[in-house]
Design a binder for this molecule. Structure first.
Ligand code: SF4
Length: 228
């Protein structure tokens, strides 16, 4: 990752806000129930996943899409789940939406190898439907372990599924998109998924504003570019 440049970023940031979590009345929240794994590593997490059949998504998948990027990344992007291209290649965000995410990362002055990219579920939901609650509950503890290993400064949730999963909220993403939130002691921002931007290119400007806040937080030089 390029050397951080100290920038005054207070003006670019709203105060960190908390979102009320939706805690299951019958027990601890999804992530409170996940024990920290001592001396955890990304290879250990991948090994634990193995040839996973823990949820029904295993039935239609070709490849498990674990995640990709730097274990030392200061910035982690979390998406929803693999699509057809990702399922075929075993890599996250390599289809059309992935190409747009790559453009977004490069517009920030970074490369894909500087960040870490992963998803809430590691196997492709059939016909690209949203992952169901039981699938999210079964798979997302691996995501939590990945984030705990990487310890990024900033997490960017791409789309509602990632945001609602990590924040454990039922609030719509438009209510908190672009705001700094606190998640387990880290800065988290939710923005629109690149697939949504492909359908709604007019929303690119809002996402670019969100990413510029992320850049300021990471001490990256803000570009003159006005849109993605
Ligand atoms: S989505 Fe996750 S929990 Fe479900 S089968 Fe794939 S790796 Fe296992």
């Amino acid at each position: 990752m390029p050397r951080p440049i100290a920038l005054p970023n207070a003006a670019a940031m709203r105060p960190v806000e908390r979102i009320e979590p939706v805690i299951s009345p019958s027990g601890p929240s999804l992530f409170e129930a996940v024990d920290k794994v001592a001396d955890d590593t990304l290879p250990k997490i991948r090994e634990d996943i193995g040839d996973c059949t823990r949820c029904k998504l295993h039935k239609g998948r070709h490849k498990i899409v674990f995640g990709d990027g730097s274990v030392k990344a200061q910035l982690v992007f979390v998406g929803e789940g693999p699509g057809a291209d990702e399922d075929a290649q075993g890599l996250p965000f390599v289809g059309r939406a992935g190409k747009l995410l790559t453009q977004m990362i490069e517009a920030m002055g970074l490369q894909r190898k500087d960040v870490y990219i992963c998803n809430v579920v590691k196997c492709r939901p059939p016909e690209n439907r949203a992952p169901e609650p039981d699938e999210v509950a079964t798979c997302s503890p691996y995501l939590l372990r990945q984030i705990d290993v990487i310890q990024p400064k900033v997490i960017v949730c791409l789309g509602a599924v990632a945001a609602k999963t990590l924040l454990q909220t039922n609030r719509g993403i438009t209510q908190f998109r672009g705001q700094w939130l606190e998640w387990r002691g880290r800065k988290l921002m939710a923005t629109y998924h690149p697939a949504y931007l492909l359908r709604n290119p007019n929303a690119k400007g809002e996402v670019w504003k969100d990413l510029q806040k992320v850049m300021a937080e990471l001490g990256l030089q803000l570009p003159k570019k006005k849109s993605l």
